[in-house]
Design a protein around this ligand. Structure first.
Ligand SMILES: *[C@@H]1O[C@H](CO)[C@@H](O)[C@H](O)[C@H]1NC(C)=O
Ligand SMILES: *[C@@H]1O[C@H](CO)[C@@H](O)[C@H](O)[C@H]1NC(C)=O
Ligand SMILES: *[C@@H]1O[C@H](CO)[C@@H](O)[C@H](O)[C@H]1NC(C)=O
Ligand SMILES: *[C@@H]1O[C@H](CO)[C@@H](O)[C@H](O)[C@H]1NC(C)=O
Length: 347
């Protein structure tokens, strides 16, 4: 039911590695994703959602095909330019699409149920060039794709159905010319309008929260985990330092992709495999736009320092009870949550 290639494209933004990018130098992706389920010759259920990057912008209400906006600014942005025209014609487009699928199913003698997926949108590069795309999948596989620059549809699988549909779409010259316009010019201007109205949400900055802890999958292996969450925007740099030197990429280092949280922030995790008691000191270093030129540094004392840390804390506990000065010091230590957590873990 889920086309692998379409899905790969869908999650492409999620798979891009965490980069330390210039805010102005990021590409923007706008896409409409639509899935339609045709159970029989007389039924059609349509689901649709639009994303700017990972941010859901609006969705199609399956019951009555009205558009539900996720943000007040999305409504404003959609009231401008070609987006307004597309919105007001969306029900006509959907009715035509449903009719076309049923007609094609009859013509090509396809068996119900049918699942048709459409992904359309554009990528706006920092140099202001746009790359438009539109893909159609059927039954969980890519079927046809629109080549914007050639204004033609091409099969994406060697079947009669893909041949038939791409030929029939390509022959409709007024539609291919309209699509070319929508997927390049209209889409680009829609991205810019969305970014303008949604600036406060899209350009906000949320500080990362980082914690370091360890796992011991095997007696001779220690996995140091640096978990960073709650940050926005997406670009971030997470590195491990060994005795102050950045650990280069290699088999010991495993950094996850950047995953979205439900509150429009992100998380990432970086795992470093080390030998217990190897005599080195480690630290997880996080850099993010919200930290300016600074960085978060969460140290981990590998084994050798652990007893010292334990004793230090025990002594501190005693002294804190008696001395106001120690209380202040204690708070200062506690303020550095990452350090505190790592030491607590060792004890
Ligand atoms: C077609 O499918 C819909 C929804 O799945 C169902 O409610 C309806 O009864 C079906 N109609 C026929 C003619 O089978
Ligand atoms: C469409 O349905 C949704 C939810 O069922 C409802 O909130 C909305 O008012 C409806 N819109 C129209 C135009 O009927
Ligand atoms: C704009 O940037 C994209 C992606 O970096 C690149 O593929 C394209 O060739 C550039 N176009 C121009 C005209 O510089
Ligand atoms: C990284 O971690 C993932 C998930 O925990 C695992 O599937 C993958 O094999 C790991 N890669 C390396 C190079 O250790």
């Amino acid at each position: 039911m889920q086309p692998p290639h379409l899905l790969l494209f869908l999650f492409l933004p999620l798979l891009l590695p965490g980069m330390w990018a210039d805010p102005e130098a990021e590409m923007q992706v706008f896409q409409l994703l639509q899935t339609s389920l045709f159970t029989n010759v007389s039924s059609a259920e349509v689901f649709g959602v639009a994303f700017l990057g990972d941010v859901p912008i609006y969705a199609l209400e399956p019951a009555n095909w009205s558009i539900q906006f996720h943000w007040p600014w999305a409504r404003q942005a959609t009231a401008e330019g070609d987006a307004e025209k597309i919105k007001s014609h969306s029900k006509i487009f959907l009715r035509n699409m449903v009719r076309y699928v049923h007609e094609t199913a009859q013509q090509a003698q396809l068996d119900y149920p049918l699942v048709v997926q459409i992904r359309a949108g554009c990528v706006l590069h920092p140099n202001r060039t746009t790359w438009g795309f539109m893909d159609v999948g059927e039954g969980g596989r890519d079927l046809i794709a629109f080549k914007v620059e050639k204004q033609r549809w091409e099969p994406r699988q060697p079947t009669q159905l893909a041949e038939l549909v791409s030929k029939s779409f390509t022959s409709k010259k007024s539609i291919t010319a309209l699509l070319e316009h929508l997927l390049s010019i209209s889409c680009q201007s829609h991205i810019l309008t969305l970014c303008r109205y949604g600036r406060a949400d899209l350009e906000r900055q949320e500080l990362p929260v980082a914690t370091v802890f360890a796992r011991t999958p095997k007696p001779d292996q220690l996995l140091l985990v640096c978990h960073v969450t709650g940050f926005y925007p997406r670009p971030i740099s997470v590195a491990w330092l060994q005795d102050g030197q950045e650990v280069p990429p290699g088999p010991a280092l495993n950094t996850s992709t950047i995953l979205p949280n439900s509150d429009l922030t992100y998380q990432i995790r970086s795992i470093l495999a080390v030998a217990p008691c190897d005599g080195h000191s480690y630290a997880c270093r996080v850099r993010h736009r919200s930290l300016g030129n600074g960085s978060l540094l969460i140290p981990w004392e590998n084994c050798s320092a652990a007893p010292t840390a334990g004793i230090t804390i025990a002594v501190l506990l005693l002294v804190a009870a008696a001395s106001a000065g120690a209380v202040w010091w204690w708070k200062r230590r506690k303020g550095n949550e990452g350090t505190w957590e790592t030491q607590e873990f060792i004890i």
